[in-house]
Design a protein. Structure first.
Length: 274
């Protein structure tokens, strides 16, 4: 019987047309199209396990998944062959053989999500599915001050959805970077792990503070209250991207995309940085 090998793969996708990562009974999912494509290359059914189960409409530049296979294929064959079988809005960026104890989710040390806001008076057309539109001018300095109050290990109950199934609301946020690039405002959140809707709820809070509806100190009040009902509305899914997942160095996986750049050509900033 052929030996079973475990592979890790990096995936990039536009989530606009999908009901999220996880297989759905009556809606298209990233997992379903990816498993179908990898299975055709392997010539046997494959199951993918991902690092982060992104929601409907959420995108990824650095999703990581793993699968077990008895097919003898090179990393190049997994990348090029599978991408050729995928729809245009999903692609494989890399593939690497990993030891049997590697797990895309549980082996991860940290993750970085990005939230992108089109901050301009008029409704965007090209970015309508890939950025949240806020027509009122946002004050980045107020948002930076508020974000600093969320850094560290905290109970993030006020930032989790009612559907969150995590056993604990405690997470360690290592950094939140807020910056403007032309008409786009970018929020990067780096943490050991995330609760369901956590980044979108952080973005919703920062948008309210940046628009002047609340003071920066409101971020601490919401955090300490641990009550989702007292926080801001959840920001739309279209602005959210899973940027990268970090693993222990011995696994030897490729680094994620350059998180210093916006990461998508259509999002090149208009005007100078500030």
């Amino acid at each position: 019987m052929p030996e079973t090998t475990r592979f890790a793969v990096g995936l990039e996708y536009d989530g606009s047309a999908y009901a999220g990562w996880q297989v759905q009974a009556h809606a298209p999912s990233i997992q379903a199209v990816a498993e179908a494509a990898f299975s055709r290359v392997a010539d046997h059914p494959l199951t993918l396990t991902c690092a982060g189960r992104t929601d409907a409409g959420v995108h990824a530049l650095g999703q990581v998944a793993h699968f077990d296979t008895q097919a003898a294929r090179t990393a190049r064959a997994w990348v090029l062959g599978t991408t050729a079988e995928l729809p245009d809005d999903v692609s494989v960026q890399w593939a690497a053989e990993v030891p049997p104890d590697f797990h895309a989710r549980y082996s991860a040390l940290s993750r970085t999500y990005r939230y992108v806001i089109a901050n301009r008076p008029t409704r965007p057309a090209l970015e309508r599915h890939r950025a949240c539109w806020v027509h009122r001018a946002l004050d980045v300095s107020r948002m930076v001050s508020a974000a600093s109050l969320l850094i560290g290990e905290h109970d993030f109950s006020a930032f989790r959805s009612s559907e969150c199934q995590s056993r604990t609301p405690v997470r360690r946020v290592e950094a939140i970077d807020v910056r403007r690039q032309g008409e786009l405002l970018v929020i990067d959140v780096h943490a050991n792990a995330f609760l369901h809707h956590m980044v979108r709820n952080i973005a919703g809070l920062l948008i309210r503070i940046g628009s002047g509806e609340a003071e920066a100190t409101w971020a601490r009040e919401v955090l300490e209250a641990r009550d989702r009902r007292l926080a801001a509305p959840t920001a739309p899914a279209c602005g959210l991207y899973l940027m990268s997942v970090r693993y222990p160095e011995p696994f030897g996986l490729p680094p994620g995309p350059d998180t210093g750049a916006l990461g998508a050509s259509f999002m090149m900033p208009r005007g100078s940085d500030s």
